[in-house]
Design a protein around this ligand. Sequence first.
Ligand code: FES
Length: 134
Amino acid sequence: MKGAKSVFRSDHIRWRVHAESPLARAKNGDARADVQGVASFYTMYWKKPMGKTHLAICTNISCMLCGAYQLYNYIKQTYHIGNGDVTPDGLLSLEEAECLGSCGTAPAMQVNNYEYVENLTLDKLKAFLKERGL
Ligand code: FES
């Protein structure tokens, strides 16, 4: 699809959409099916503002077998958010992700679409959150 990368941008920190973009028009009910198709297929194109720190925890098979749900559920219970939710202060959002391509170092977590934390443990996750002031 021509120009898709310039239409949808999720910069490495926040979601944004240009006012004139087809996605912005989609909010007014004038969506192009091809644009919506791209945006809905790729999870890295957020459809709403996400948290300043966005955590995507892989729960696919390798990560699941290595304890990913313990990590995912820890975030859910500690911050009272579910999949795709943002904390009321906007500082943290959570996503249950499919394979992040890091199965050999499972469980894996992606931060803000660009940083990976691998061989994640509950202690490592807690330290990460503390380090980020969360
Ligand atoms: S299964 Fe989690 S990174 Fe592949």
